[in-house]
Design a protein around this ligand. Sequence first.
Ligand SMILES: Cc1cc2nc3c(=O)[nH]c(=O)nc-3n(C[C@H](O)[C@H](O)[C@H](O)COP(=O)(O)O)c2cc1C
Length: 402
Amino acid sequence: MRRIQLTTAGESHGPAIVSILAGMPAGLPLGPDDVARELVRRQGGHGRGGRMMIEDDVGEIFAGVRLGQTIGGPIAIRIPNRDFRNWTEAMAVEAPRTEDEELLRRVHLPRPGHADLVGMIKYGRDDARDILERASARETAARVAAGAIAKRLLEEFGVRVESHVVRIGPVAADPPRRLPDDIESTADASPVRCLDESAADRMVEAIDEARRAGDSLGGVFEVVARGLPVGLGSHVSGDSRLGGRIAGALMSIHAMKGVEIGMGFEAAATLGSGVHDEIERDPSRARTGGYRRRRNNAGGLEGGITTGEPVVARVAMKPLSSLRRPLDSVDTRTGEPAKAIRERSDVCAVPAAAIVGEAMLALVLADAWIEKFGGDSLEEMRANFDAYLARLAPPETESPEG
Ligand SMILES: Cc1cc2nc3c(=O)[nH]c(=O)nc-3n(C[C@H](O)[C@H](O)[C@H](O)COP(=O)(O)O)c2cc1C
């Protein structure tokens, strides 16, 4: 990100996860409920493990917000790990206070597909716990907390970032051609955050079957941002192109293996005439500069710049690597073949990952928004945005949905 900086800290079973978001304007209305709401959404979804029963995530905002508004300084949020009470010896800051191996919970049996082995080698650690505690996707709670603030900023300007699940393992959804106006509440009402009810039932069955087999499942989620104006991002250099910034942010989420924007990989197999979105004049739409597209195969981006049509990205998540029936590995103490460790784990976390995807997309869009509309305060930013819209079309022609 170019204008905002996100730093997270904390281990999965340490006392807390911390999120520090710098670069947000002053005057943005923000309260603990805005953050808590998103954290609760990340905890849900059929297929999650026992850890989510223990945690009851709340985000304690302790810097950067005063009397219900941001004040321009870095915003710091602490998310306590309730499970820490069961890990006080293993996660102590001090040198070991016990020799009891069971309490220290050292790990010498790296899981294929996790960061365990490569992290041990890279950082010169002989205990994979030093790696997996930080590699754990518990860190994504901090991203979701920061993403909640980015979403608040975008909401002020009528932009919504939402998501839904389109595949779990072998079960593909057939989502409605026209997405509902409120994707969020429709998806949140489904146990797998899927808009196709019959596929959702089969997804739940597939997850239950994988659980019974001691296995895990991945899938695909779609993130959608609506209400954006034309003109975020830029064609002028590789690092300003929004497609790369979005794909990079989504790929930075744990266990993601692919990102498609708009028509994505299918476009590579289709003639140009079947791909590109024909242009029409539509003076009623100020946010798209008075133009409309007959379809949105571009996923809302041309030349690394938003077109004003929805930004749509699909993200592929691999199956989780902690398996109740572990795969072959090596005991790093002895070099002998052994089964990988069995860490407590989710069976499928695609519905939760979709919420993390919303957070990452919101952060990138908020970053691009601040880049384009600048200003130290929300008020200044609003004035810049209004002036931009006035340049695109007379203000009275803007339709409520943009
Ligand atoms: C929301 C979410 C929850 C996850 N839960 C687990 C889990 O319970 N068990 C597991 O092995 N991996 C889980 N992962 C994936 C691992 O964190 C990830 O595979 C690991 O950090 C290695 O990184 P890589 O997969 O990107 O190579 C989860 C990922 C996300 C996004």
